[in-house]
Design a protein around this ligand. Structure first.
Ligand SMILES: O=C1O[C@H](COP(=O)(O)O)[C@@H](O)[C@H](O)[C@H]1O
Length: 243
């Protein structure tokens, strides 16, 4: 690449869709995910959807579940999980059951990632097996991002990050450590996330926008794991942003 040429990460940020409010971003993202799912079911009979945890996706879930989609042909799972029981309020599976798998969306097939009471390697294997039950390439993947530049559960400076970002790995999932509670996490590997037809990164707030800009300018995914997602040429990443 010539001096000064735009990197994939720069091009992705340049093309970001910027909305005036979180409600507008959530509405537009839910509509687009709905279109991608509808298209996938029409074209292939089934469609898969991976969603993040955290606070940001809740308004997307609440809009998505009201869409008239062929939900019984939709296979849903997560981009990452906290290694806690599903009745723990911090569980991403619980979040999805509470906010997404309601109304018509209750007919979707859901595959949680975490198996309670097993060690890291067995949990990684359980996570990989769950993902193996979804149609692949995944039709739609929605990712979130933390203000520290983590995406899914790939955290800056985590010793397990190299395994999660390893572009030669066949592993679908890696057990990682977050800097905050609950520390024990499971993440899809970057390779697995990129086995997707369509990817969105949903980001709200000025602080996260500043993080995105820093991540794009950086060339160190150990500092900003989201950089690895943005700076690749396999699958375009559609950024949905609002202050
Ligand atoms: O721990 C997590 O954090 C990120 C961001 O969460 P948010 O509350 O700031 O929206 C999320 O994308 C990830 O899936 C989740 O497990």
């Amino acid at each position: 690449m010539g001096r000064g040429a735009a990197t994939p990460a720069m091009q992705t940020l340049e093309a970001a869709q910027r909305f005036a409010s979180p409600a507008q971003a959530a509405g537009a993202l839910a509509q687009r995910v709905g279109e991608v799912i509808r298209y996938g079911v029409r074209a292939r009979g089934r469609a898969s959807l991976l969603v993040p945890g955290g606070r940001t996706p809740v308004p997307v879930f609440e809009r998505l579940r009201q869409l008239d989609l062929p939900w019984d042909q939709v296979y849903v799972s997560l981009t990452d999980e906290r290694r806690v029981p599903e009745d723990d309020p911090r569980s991403n599976a619980r979040l999805v059951r509470t906010h997404l798998l309601q109304n018509g969306a209750a007919r979707a097939h859901f595959y949680p990632l975490h198996r309670e009471g097993v060690g890291e390697r067995a949990d990684e294997a359980a996570c990989g097996a769950a993902l193996g039950l979804l149609p692949r390439p995944f039709d739609a993947v929605v990712l979130g991002m933390g203000s520290d530049g983590h995406t899914a559960s790939m955290f800056p400076d985590d010793p397990a990050l190299a395994r999660a970002l390893d572009t030669t790995t066949d592993a679908r999932c890696v057990a990682t450590q977050a800097p905050d509670e609950p520390r024990e996490r499971l993440t899809l590997t970057l390779n697995t996330l990129l086995q997707s037809r369509w990817i969105a990164l949903h980001v709200t707030g000025a602080q996260k926008w500043a993080t995105l800009q820093a991540a794009v300018a950086s060339d160190d995914p150990r500092q900003y794991p989201v950089h690895a997602l943005l700076n690749q040429r396999h699958v375009p990443v559609h950024v949905y942003y609002s202050p």
